[in-house]
Design a protein around this ligand. Structure first.
Ligand code: URA
Length: 243
């Protein structure tokens, strides 16, 4: 742990003594490949049975998303929020949906939660532009309500194509809603954390952590988020552990 990393941890609000504790605990986290759990609790769309996006390259996909009117959310948006970062990133971070500021700027995680996400990334020596950041939904739900299952189902075909094109080594799901959607489960966040899952549609390793907005509300969970980041770093550093 160098001094730069310690400074980022402090910026995240994590006391320095926590990381030693976290290092020990993280090494004790079993690398479990979770079987895809229970039956799908929400409707899902088989991407191949709807519009076929499998031939679209990155820019054609972006254009398709910008013009999307598949669900009612297109009526209230300023613009779609496709994602940001390196389209060849090893780490793909997936949040829930754009908020007001993201809708205005057309970029995910630009508000306070985004600032905390940037600090979290720096703590594992990653810059925002090195990873790719996207959401389950490309359009802002009104009053920041949770995504409806049918909205997530319709929008997921775009995310699937993004994952196919990026081919990340690891997906980091932020928060219960993104994680439940990606893993097609109704498990709670506590059960999903600390395990190596797979996003089955693209067979991509996936882990789960807190949503930065939840960490802003409950800073005491930052210690556990730090454990999750070390877990991510460990998998990225040694992808064989993700098999
Ligand atoms: N929360 C999210 O889940 N995504 C964003 O882009 C911003 C806030």
């Amino acid at each position: 742990m160098d001094s730069r990393q310690q400074a980022y941890l402090q910026a995240m609000g994590i006391d320095i003594w926590v990381q030693r504790d976290a290092d020990i605990q993280v090494n004790a986290i079993p690398l479990v490949t979770a079987a895809n759990p229970q039956a799908d609790p929400v409707p899902s769309i088989n991407p191949s049975s709807s519009d076929d996006l499998s031939q679209l390259d990155w820019s054609a996909l972006q254009a398709r998303v910008s013009a999307c009117t598949l669900c009612e959310l297109h009526q209230g948006r300023t613009q779609t929020v496709f994602g940001v970062g390196n389209p060849r990133a090893e780490l793909l971070i997936i949040g829930e949906a754009p908020g007001a500021e993201e809708d205005r700027q057309g970029e995910p995680f630009v508000g306070r939660a985004g600032q905390l996400l940037n600090a979290m990334l720096k703590a594992i020596r990653l810059q925002r532009q090195e990873v790719y950041i996207a959401n389950i939904l490309k359009c802002r739900p009104p009053n920041n309500r949770d995504p409806k299952p049918e909205e997530a189902a319709l929008c997921s075909q775009y995310l699937v194509r993004q994952i196919e094109l990026i081919q990340p080594k690891l997906i980091l799901a932020l928060g219960r809603i993104a994680a439940q959607r990606l893993l097609q489960t109704d498990m709670n966040l506590g059960k999903m954390r600390g395990q190596l899952h797979r996003y089955t549609l693209t067979d991509t390793p996936l882990i789960v952590t807190y949503h930065p907005a939840d960490l802003l509300r409950t800073p005491s969970d930052k210690r556990k988020a730090w454990q999750d980041l070390i877990f991510a770093q460990r998998i990225l550093g040694d992808p064989a552990k993700a098999v």
